[in-house]
Design a binder for this molecule. Structure first.
Ligand code: PMT
Length: 404
């Protein structure tokens, strides 16, 4: 699985850097081409000579080669790589990656990388569980990076706890698994709608809902990480997703979402309607701020286009369409009705009465319902893991129908 894969191994200043020598050896043995970037503090823990010998490549430590004046292009390195693996990653390097600080070659390469980035932290237990480190890891995940969590055991400080860098064999297994999965949706074009829509009342007010976009963005990242090329039509959300395989189309209203999704639709293989689209919009939008009069006020609402319903009627033979249903009662019955009415292949039901499921939380609990009303219930999980379950179900559908 790693034969011919181009991997940049970034090594930062941690005692766990000694494990990177073994990691390099394993990667090379698996057939990967390995280029190593050592940070200035990384050099204090392991020598470039050891790593150059094991990787069979010159180890890069600086922006410039002081002997001949040539420079190491972080942009070229970032484009060259199939994966950027940072092992060990210190709290300091993760903080800089999370906050846009680019003061060494590894960091500039990270900011230019177009490939998956895998971070393998190593540090003392108190540093690892510090809220700043945890926050930075959350930010790094939200940018689409992967984190291989440290293990628990004896640390260099002599203390016991979570902070040990994962073992090189396990990291290599993770990479092999990643590249194997990555190709599952390669060549597939996927459209996802996500987030809420805002329906303008006047220049300062709108009708909206509590959708955060987290579910739709997690599905977009999951597809992209498995080789799909993703078009994400997103309502107004506070999430950033920086994945070269995800093209984000920002919209505000249901009308804009409809226009954007409809234009993209004919070229798509798979469509997931995860957005919470407003069913109604004000009939008229006031151009100036509506003033308080003290009297009751009536806003006439007219229906928005049902985007999933309309595109379901226009679907092409090979397309696979997946909807969501957010229900407060009779979940399974209502969801199946929506699947049928909108001409979908599968619907994902989330029940807004289940704690930790639905809108604006980091977790979800779903039931996947198929065309013949077959149902599969999943445990409460993080939305990232729910997204993986959903795309597994979609993959099974693809296989069953020989769409693959
Ligand atoms: O964004 P999060 O905070 O992470 O929350 C995730 C979520 C709860 C928003 C998401 O998982 C979800 O359930 N999205 C659909 C919510 C919804 O609007 O459900 P619905 O039952 O009203 O719509 C049914 C289906 O038709 C959905 O696929 C919806 O995208 C689609 N639809 C609805 C109305 C409309 N005008 N156009 C549509 O395409």
């Amino acid at each position: 699985m790693l034969q011919g894969k181009k991997i940049i191994l970034g090594i930062t200043g941690s005692i766990a850097a000694y494990k990177s020598a073994f990691l390099t050896r394993l990667l090379v043995r698996e057939g990967a081409e390995v280029k190593i970037i050592l940070t200035p503090y990384g050099k204090e823990f392991i020598t470039p000579v050891t790593l150059a010998t094991l990787s069979k490549n010159t180890v890069i430590t600086d922006f410039f080669n002081h002997d001949d004046g040539s420079w190491n292009s972080h942009v070229d390195l970032g484009i060259w790589a199939d994966a950027l693996l940072i092992a060990p990653a210190t709290a300091n390097t993760m903080a800089k990656m999370a906050n846009g600080i680019a003061d060494n070659l590894l960091l500039t390469t990270y900011f230019s990388a177009r490939c998956p980035v895998i971070i393998v932290p190593a540090m003392d237990l108190d540093m690892f569980r510090h809220p700043a480190t945890l926050k930075n890891m959350e930010l790094l995940r939200s940018y689409g990076n992967f984190i291989i969590e440290p293990t628990t055991g004896e640390l260099a400080s002599g203390l016991e706890g979570k902070g040990r860098m994962e073992e090189p064999e396990k990291i290599v297994e993770w990479l092999k698994d990643h590249f194997k999965k990555k190709s599952r949706f390669s060549g597939k074009r996927v459209l996802i709608t996500a987030g809420p829509t805002h329906e303008k009342i006047d220049p300062v007010r709108f009708i909206g809902n509590y959708s955060s976009g987290k579910m739709g963005y997690a599905i977009a990242a999951a597809f992209a990480n498995e080789g799909a090329s993703v078009e994400l039509v997103s309502g107004p959300v506070q999430i950033s997703l920086n994945n070269p395989s995800v093209n984000i189309h920002k919209v505000t209203s249901a009308e804009e979402m409809n226009r954007s999704a409809s234009a993209l639709f004919p070229a798509m293989d798979i469509v997931v309607f995860a957005a919470a689209v407003a069913d109604y919009k004000p009939e008229k939008q006031s151009l100036s701020k509506i003033r308080r009069t003290g009297n009751a006020m009536v806003i006439n609402l007219v229906p928005n286009e049902d985007i999933a319903g309309k595109l379901g009627r226009q679907r092409l033979e090979n397309q696979l369409l997946v909807g969501f249903a957010l229900e407060s009662e009779n979940g399974e019955t209502n969801a199946f009705k929506k699947l049928t009415e909108k001409n979908l292949d599968m619907i994902v039901l989330n029940n807004m009465n289940v704690p930790g499921a639905g809108f604006n939380v980091d977790t979800n609990k779903i039931i996947v319902i198929g065309k013949d009303n077959n149902q599969k219930e999943f445990e409460l999980k993080s939305k990232d893991d729910v997204a993986k379950d959903i795309i597994n179900e979609i993959f099974n559908l693809m296989i069953n129908r020989s769409y693959a």
